[in-house]
Design a protein around this ligand. Structure first.
Ligand code: LLP
Length: 401
């Protein structure tokens, strides 16, 4: 990839996505469930760029959304409505109403109070809401605590007993149709055994529900498949899929999965430019034009992203790679070996396709970066760089005399 040319054309900081690799990742996952009814619902939160959603929609992907605006993005990108799932622990009434009216595949319910609310809203619309219930199997996913979701201490889903009561209630309601069962225990999972254990628990529950004539059609195993940021081992998709199939023991529901990071994570980079080098006492800093507002993961989770310098300098030495934001937590990498760098040299921050642009903010009144897609060797802009006018657009009319 000609990063220098891309930097020249589109400026930096710049997100660059390899659409061919995204396609490949989608197909790999889809094919791992070959021979079974399956639906890959890409988790829009990982990267919600419309062109990227359109690429996946064209391949037949479904979408897992966590706000009604994400549902709207998916629809705008050409998704089939019957492949859209709407999850999330705090849906607003208006969002529930819009989701029922939009006739999507199902709403994923996270509490018994929410089930009541969905029933009331469906009744007021005189419609039937298709639902699934998010079960919390109380399994430790062995990942970063901020992205672990399947333990009793986490806010997500309901326990098995509560889920059973909710399914019975839904079955007896004229306005609810329970068609799915769901779990998601965490993100960036490298060891997939916990997913298989969770699948086992939820599959047993599904069998019990069937005995009560609650006819579940979709077995949703969530997302979470991890990627290689540094030296993690690659998840074996065959093993992943086989473990799920064996947990199902012959039950033949459609398997739904909700990958985000696996599809887009390794397919994206953040390209940033060196502004200055500085040394404070003995400590070397490389100040770049990308910052925590562009890529929050290092600051928020201490996440590691490999950083490659496109510079010929020798003399490697340790440095912190930091952005221009007025926070000590504003760094993209710490203690990295880098050659001598000069203003204008480019750095490539790897594995930034997932939860990169999507978590970007305007902190310090910084404009969000542009996004570019590379497909079949050609680059195209898929989101313009923000301008000052975009930052103030919603405020300008309120300035007093
Ligand atoms: N399904 C549900 C219900 C989820 O909550 C998530 C992610 C996914 C699917 C997709 O998970 P994935 O396949 O991408 O692991 N900002 C964090 C990650 C937060 C994940 C939230 N939920 C990060 O940068 O690591």
């Amino acid at each position: 990839m000609d990063y220098k040319q891309l930097a020249k054309t589109y400026e930096t900081p710049l997100y660059i996505y390899d659409f061919n690799q995204i396609k490949k990742r989608y197909l790999e996952l889809k094919n791992s469930f070959a021979g079974r009814k399956s639906l890959v619902c890409y988790a829009v939160k990982a990267n919600s760029n419309l062109s990227l959603l359109k690429l996946l929609a064209n391949l037949g992907s479904g979408f897992d959304c966590v706000s009604f605006n994400e549902v709207r993005r998916a629809i705008l990108a050409g998704a089939d409505r019957y492949k859209i799932i709407y999850s999330g622990v705090g849906k607003q009434d208006s969002e529930i109403k819009d989701a029922i009216n939009a006739n999507i595949l199902m709403i994923n319910v996270e509490s018994s109070a929410e089930l009541d609310r969905i029933e009331e809203i469906a009744k007021s619309l005189d419609k039937i809401a298709r639902i699934s219930i998010r079960v919390n199997p109380n399994i430790d996913p062995k990942t970063h605590p901020y992205i672990s979701t399947g333990l009793n201490e986490n806010k997500f889903g309901v326990n098995i007993n509560e889920a059973k009561k909710m399914y019975i209630k839904a079955k007896n309601s004229q306005f609810l149709n329970p068609i799915g069962i769901h779990f998601h225990i965490g993100s960036q999972l490298i060891d997939i055994m916990p997913v298989h254990e969770a699948a086992q628990i939820v599959s047993n529950l599904m069998r019990e529900l069937k005995a009560l004539e609650i006819d579940i059609k979709f077995f949703d195993i969530g997302g979470g498949v991890g990627i290689r940021y540094k030296d993690e081992k690659n998840v074996d998709l065959y093993e992943y899929a086989q473990g799920i199939l064996s947990a199902l023991k012959g039950q033949d529901e459609t398997i739904v999965c909700e990958p985000g990071r696996f599809i887009v994570g390794e397919s994206g980079v953040l390209l940033t430019k060196v502004l200055y080098e500085k040394v404070n006492n003995d400590k070397r800093f490389v100040v770049v034009d990308g910052a925590m507002n562009d890529l929050l993961r290092p600051s928020l989770y201490g996440a590691y992203h490999e950083i490659e310098a496109l510079a010929d300098g020798l003399n490697l030495s340790k440095c912190d790679i930091v952005g221009p934001i007025c926070e000590s937590g504003d760094f993209l990498g710490k203690d990295r070996d880098m050659p001598e760098l000069k203003s204008g040299d480019l750095l490539v921050v790897k594995c930034a396709g997932a939860y990169g642009f999507g978590m970007a903010s305007n902190y310090n009144s910084r404009c969000k970066a542009a996004e570019v897609a590379i497909e079949d060797g050609k680059a195209r802009l898929i989101r313009k760089r923000e301008k000052f006018e975009d930052l103030v657009a919603n405020e300008i009319e309120f300035i007093g005399e």
